[in-house]
Design a protein around this ligand. Structure first.
Ligand code: NAG
Ligand code: NAG
Ligand code: NAG
Length: 419
């Protein structure tokens, strides 16, 4: 039994089903002094865990860790962790170190980087190798459910898609880290965290603050995602789902989502028996203890609009902004009948990029990754490094017991080569 991280809705849908089937959840008492209560859709919103990510997953392993709040231009308050040095301590609390930012995928939060034993976790490996490590948490996830004026119970709090992560979340976190360190930043993205950085760069954002980017299990194009459940879910998201949930919170632990998933699994041709394999591909290398921890902490809420937008990406085969589904609304928002396209040819050709993808990844299908690579074909020779891991599926890149040897070693040497 396994879980998946980041990426595409259907992947996490698998988690939910599994969570629901295996381990019906009961709301526990809130321990942070803030009760999140009942979501806009009537679903029960899971309370935050007892402590922040630093306390629950970093300092317990003997590392220093600091919590920060970063406010986006559109008012969201994002929780960010900093691990300034390795376990052995070292020089000057990160002052002269190279900053690296880790950005998780959709329906999970920054904790997914920290679920394996410490010597296998990418953030801690980077810290032990002399990096100043930062972890961001996307709007709507358990520690980033805050806004300068909107409450998460208000549907307006959830009126965003990955366009806003591209335009606001990533730039805010980059500005913050750059302000603190005065340095250009190395970036590691998994799944949706790869799409957002690519789209941001294509619009000329981040360019002056980014040193290099490592893209794990990259998603950009999604049209070859072939699993029956994934495709059915994507169809539902661009079809009837908004009438089910409204365009508000998509809370994977809520009852409406459970009902939705049960309905999906009843579709002809959809086999929910071996969910994880069906959705993410067969992850070769997950640790059962890690999966249990994953189930305790994830999945996290996102906006329904974000999942609708991702499903449009599956349907349309282009990387474009959110489609209002109506030419008049598109004209109102974009000045044209079709949403503007993110043109990946605009990504600076001399930006060092490392890209690692798996042969068994059902979300980041090899044909879609090849299309992404094709859009980068004019990239400077020597600035694009590609790794193919035959046995890996979507979650192996984050939680695989051997990810340290298979992938993270390459990420480290890639970053070290840029210095
Ligand atoms: C799996 O996780 C447990 C708990 O963190 C750990 O003790 C064990 O060594 C891990 N197994 C492998 C193969 O890494
Ligand atoms: C959501 O935001 C869009 C602008 O992107 C706006 O036109 C729309 O009215 C908003 N919807 C709701 C329900 O507030
Ligand atoms: C993307 O940008 C390139 C130049 O950077 C241009 O040649 C190409 O026509 C653009 N494609 C689209 C679809 O706008």
């Amino acid at each position: 039994m396994v879980m998946s991280v980041g990426g595409f809705p259907s992947l996490a849908l698998g988690c939910f089903l599994l969570v629901l089937a295996v381990e019906p959840r009961v709301a526990q008492g809130s321990s942070r002094g803030s009760t999140l209560g009942v979501g806009g859709d009537g679903g029960i919103v899971a309370p935050p865990t007892a402590a922040g990510i630093c306390a629950s997953s970093v300092t317990i392993h003997g590392y220093q860790c600091q919590e920060f709040d970063v406010v986006t231009q559109d008012g969201y308050i994002l929780n960010v962790q900093r691990i300034p040095e390795g376990r052995a301590g070292g020089s000057g609390g990160g002052t002269n170190k190279q900053p690296v930012l880790l950005q998780h995928g959709v329906l999970v939060d920054g904790m997914t980087w920290l679920l394996n034993p410490p010597e296998q976790d990418l953030p801690l490996i980077l810290a032990d190798n002399g990096f100043d490590v930062w972890i961001s948490n996307t709007r709507g996830t358990q520690f980033s459910r805050r806004h300068t004026s909107l409450d998460p119970t208000n549907p307006d709090f959830w009126n965003w898609s990955w366009d806003e992560l591209v335009a606001f979340d990533l730039p805010a976190v980059f500005d913050f880290i750059h302000g603190k360190t005065g340095k250009k930043i190395d970036y590691v993205g998994h799944s949706l965290g790869t799409l957002t950085v690519l789209a941001s760069l294509s619009e000329g954002r981040l360019v002056d603050k980014l040193q290099s980017a490592a893209l794990l299990s990259p998603i950009a194009y999604l049209s070859h995602m072939t699993t029956a459940l994934g495709v059915t879910a994507a169809r539902a998201f661009v079809g009837e789902i908004t009438t089910l949930f409204g365009l508000a919170e998509f809370n994977p632990k809520g009852e409406p989502v459970a009902n939705f998933l049960q309905a999906l699994c009843a579709y002809p041709g959809v086999d929910c028996y071996d969910l994880l394999a069906a959705l993410t591909g067969k992850n070769c290398c997950l640790n059962v203890s890690t999966v249990d921890l994953f189930l305790e902490n994830e999945p996290q809420s996102t906006s329904t609009r974000n999942l609708v937008h991702l499903s449009q990406t599956v349907r349309d085969g282009v990387l474009a902004k959110y489609d209002y589904g109506n030419p008049i609304f598109n004209v109102m928002h974009y000045g044209g009948v079709w949403p503007p396209v993110y043109n990946l040819s605009n990504i600076p050709r001399d930006l060092p990029i490392f890209l690692s993808y798996g042969g068994r990844d059902a979300l980041s299908d090899t044909r879609d990754v090849e299309r992404l690579l094709d859009s980068l074909k004019l990239h400077d020779v020597g600035k694009l490094t590609v790794q193919f891991v035959e046995d890996y599926a979507h979650a192996d890149f984050i939680m695989g017991v051997n990810a340290k040897d298979m992938v993270y070693g390459q990420v480290l040497s890639f970053f070290k080569n840029q210095q």
